[in-house]
Design a protein around this ligand. Structure first.
Ligand SMILES: [Zn+2]
Length: 149
């Protein structure tokens, strides 16, 4: 499956390094139509493909209301300390990228976002002390919504 990169200066919560705005952060998303490995940044026009979300390597957390901005959570890697489970919140409106910010995954973030990378299964598994292979998609979403601080 094809993906694209989202690029921004992202601050690592683990080591404090601020990344370059390039694909060194490996912030991938499968959420655009016609993906071909492009790099998109704040201000870029994109083609959101929200109708087939279950095929896009992400889960839906909350419904999108009307023409409201769409919030997506994806993982990124710190090029400095190699942490691979950093999270970024990406906001879209009218098929344009409004913001790309490093965030800490918590209940407040989960409650305002619409979509999240399916790599969140490892977060849910850690919270529950289980193997991610033993979690259903529903259990993963429920855990993120109810058990994060
Ligand atoms: Zn780091």
């Amino acid at each position: 499956m094809a993906f694209d990169y989202l690029v921004a200066n992202l601050k690592c919560f683990k080591c404090g390094n601020i990344s370059k705005a390039d694909d060194s952060t490996n912030l991938q998303t499968y959420i655009f139509s016609n993906s071909e490995g492009n790099c998109y940044k704040v201000g870029s026009q994109v083609d959101l493909n929200l109708s087939e979300i279950s095929d896009l390597s992400c889960f839906q957390l909350n419904p999108v209301k009307g023409n409201d901005p769409v919030h997506l959570l994806e993982t990124w890697e710190c090029p400095q300390c190699k942490e691979i489970m950093n999270w970024a919140e990406i906001v879209f409106h009218n098929n344009q990228i409004l913001s790309i910010n490093a965030i800490e995954l918590n209940s407040e973030v989960i409650s305002r976002c619409h979509f999240i990378s399916d790599l969140c299964d490892s977060v849910a598994a850690d919270v529950l002390g289980k193997n991610k292979q033993d979690l259903s998609d529903e259990e993963t979403i429920e855990t993120l919504k109810t058990k994060l601080k």
